[in-house]
Design a protein around this ligand. Structure first.
Ligand SMILES: Nc1ncnc2c1ncn2[C@@H]1O[C@H](COP(=O)(O)OP(=O)(O)O)[C@@H](O)[C@H]1O
Ligand SMILES: [Mg+2]
Length: 217
């Protein structure tokens, strides 16, 4: 079957605190759009490339508990630069839909709002690591940190997830602040009690952005 075609590549990111449902809903969105006949690439941060996976190990490994926010930032940016070069840019150039489980808003929030690195500094580094790549839509899944962490369970938490609850509260506030500053791009979706109920809202936003760039016919 011929793939449905788009006027340009579409980049959709999923963001939000731990356990909010990024992995779940980004995969559901990819499945939905594939069923609709689009060419979709699903990826996640950190990771998604060979180098990215190794960096992910450093960042999330429980034993490496003393990474400064600045080093953390640089590692994330290195992994992101690779992901953009290897996966995101080539797919967008072919007018595909790219869906990423986290992207640069996560850095602004985790290392910036919650980690204390100045937002201006992060943006300066990102002007090199990311360049002009920008999501067309960011789905921010909003959940109370206590509820999100409960879903993961205490024994399965990685280094990021096991930071103090106060950190996760800052993460949530940071995301909501970013959403207020980028109303057109970032759509806040409060998580509902079930995956299905939440995905209904996600689906609406995702189809909206795709409709904007669909070729007639
Ligand atoms: N809206 C929802 N209602 C109930 N459970 C959900 C919802 N969204 C996700 N889940 C469940 O919560 C857990 C965490 O979801 P996940 O997608 O892994 O979150 P994240 O990737 O944001 O950390 C999973 O067990 C998932 O099935
Ligand atoms: Mg996940």
């Amino acid at each position: 079957m011929a793939k449905k075609s788009l006027k340009k590549g579409i980049f959709i990111t999923f963001e939000g605190p731990e356990g909010c449902g990024k992995s779940t809903h980004s995969k559901l969105a990819a499945e939905l759009l594939r069923k609709e006949g689009f060419d979709v690439v699903h990826t996640r941060e950190p990771g998604g490339t060979g180098v990215g996976k190794r960096i992910r190990d450093i960042l999330l490994n429980f034993k490496n508990i003393t990474i400064s926010p600045l080093t953390e930032l640089l590692l994330f940016e290195a992994s992101r630069a690779e992901l953009i070069r290897e996966i995101i840019k080539p797919a967008l150039a072919k007018k595909k839909i790219v869906i990423s489980d986290r992207f640069n808003d996560a850095t602004l929030v985790y290392q910036g709002y919650a980690g204390g690195v100045r937002l201006q500094e992060i943006k300066r580094i990102e002007s090199v690591s990311i360049g002009k790549v920008k999501p067309d839509l960011t789905v921010l899944l909003d959940i109370k940190p206590e509820a999100g962490l409960k879903k993961i369970g205490i024994f399965l938490r990685d280094r990021m997830e096991s930071k103090h609850i106060a950190f996760h509260k800052k993460v949530r506030k940071g995301y909501l602040d970013l959403a207020r500053r980028n109303r057109r791009r970032i759509k806040v979706i409060r998580t509902k009690d079930t995956v299905d109920a939440t995905f209904k809202d996600v689906k609406k936003e995702v189809l909206n952005v795709v409709r904007r760039y669909k070729r007639p016919g």
